[in-house]
Design a protein around this ligand. Structure first.
Ligand code: SAH
Ligand code: SF4
Length: 362
């Protein structure tokens, strides 16, 4: 049978896999076995599913497929951060980053995932935004990148540790809220106790300020953390840095965040990229204090990771600390994000799908 007309099983939930098995004349519990092989063991060859009868493995191999994306290239940073280039079925490429939370040995990882191939928002300082937009990812591709990355990570580290990925951040390529439904479905699948089993409290979704998505998320009754990319606290500067601000100004964004907090009673994280000579003046700190202090929120400062071809610069250590202190003294709950993976261009905002940045295969 031509592989293009095989049934895609990646993305089917437990009930759908049970139904699928019954449709092909098998008992429902075979669907539950399949679910575990796909989402807990990242297996995509039916022949490796050792508790399925040999005949059934053969039958499935002829009629179905599980398209877990392949890791095409990878790089490892001196700090243990890994960047994977994955290929989707239509040959489009996305990037996923794995960040160790402790020493590499025995560490758990945070995975930073993409939701779009490219990004239509076009923030002026961001490599992904500058490279343009290609398409949304399906939710099975979003989950697939977690499974494909996890499988590769386990292989490289020679471990069978099922919980090696403990946190998921939707901070890779793309604006997750412009691909809202697929993002939500992927959260539910990643969270499933018989699959990847990652708690919602260990997931963060980051938006550049898509207010409709923020309002919708407020009503989902999920436990995920909402992060909002602020980057400027006056409209003129934010229009320039985050073009979406021309559509939804800071007032409109603030209303949506207030609504989110009142509906969920959950703390919001503001991300703020620190750009030398651009958005870290005393005036910027004062504006931020005014905006953020009344909200149930904390601020995460991200020293800029420089991007080849863009003129923005990372501030000096001293300027970073100065800005941080102004916010602290102003009563803001603030942290500076530790830089990870910058040496392999895997840090925030350095992702793009071109293969040219993968010089070595580790
Ligand atoms: N598209 C989402 C998620 C992106 S990545 C969003 O914009 O919120 C997570 C954070 O990294 C965002 O706040 C993003 O603005 C920031 N970022 C983008 N490019 C960066 C760069 N070169 N250096 C540091 N942070 C960057
Ligand atoms: Fe898109 Fe986020 Fe980059 Fe802006 S910062 S261009 S929203 S990926």
């Amino acid at each position: 049978m031509n592989s293009s007309i095989k049934d895609e099983l990646l993305g089917k939930n437990m009930e759908e896999l049970q139904d699928y098995m019954m449709e092909i004349g098998e008992p429902a519990f075979r669907g539950r076995q399949l679910f575990k092989w796909i989402y807990s063991k990242e297996i995509n060859s039916f022949y490796d599913m050792s508790d399925l009868p040999r005949e059934l493995r053969k039958k499935l191999d002829l009629t179905a497929r599980i398209s877990i994306p392949r890791v095409l290239k990878q790089r490892v940073s001196a700090d243990g951060t890994r960047k994977y280039l994955l290929e989707l079925r239509d040959k489009k490429r996305i990037e996923t980053v794995l960040i160790p939370q402790g020493q590499e040995k025995d560490s758990r990882y945070t995975i930073c995932i993409s939701t779009q191939v490219g990004c239509p928002i076009g923030c002026s300082f961001c490599a992904t935004g500058q490279a343009g937009f290609q398409r949304n990812m399906d939710y099975h591709e979003i989950i697939g990148q977690v499974l494909g990355s996890k499988r590769e990570l386990k292989r490289k580290l020679k471990t069978d540790e099922e919980n090696i990925i403990s946190n998921v951040v939707y901070m890779g390529m793309g604006e997750p809220f412009l691909n809202y439904d697929e993002m939500i479905k992927s959260i539910q699948m990643i969270n499933h106790p018989k699959g990847l089993n990652i708690g919602q409290r260990h997931m963060t979704v980051s938006t550049s300020g898509e207010v409709n998505g923020i309002r919708k998320l407020a009503r989902e009754e999920l436990q995920v953390t909402l992060a909002v990319s602020l980057h400027a606290c006056d409209d003129e500067l934010r229009n320039h840095l985050v073009p979406l601000n021309r559509k939804y100004s800071l007032d409109v964004l603030k209303d949506a965040i207030e609504y989110y907090i009142s509906e969920t009673n959950r703390r919001v994280t503001f991300e703020y990229v620190m750009l030398d000579e651009v958005n870290i003046r005393k005036l910027d700190a004062d504006n931020m204090i005014k905006l953020v202090k009344p909200l149930l929120a904390n601020v995460n400062l991200i020293p800029y990771n420089e991007v080849i071809g863009l003129s923005f610069k990372k501030p000096s250590r001293q300027k970073i600390l100065q800005f941080y202190s102004w916010l602290m003294e102003g009563g803001i709950n603030v942290t500076v994000r530790e830089e990870k993976g910058a040496d392999i261009m895997a840090a925030c905002g350095q992702l793009r799908s071109g293969p040219n940045i993968y010089k070595s295969k580790n």
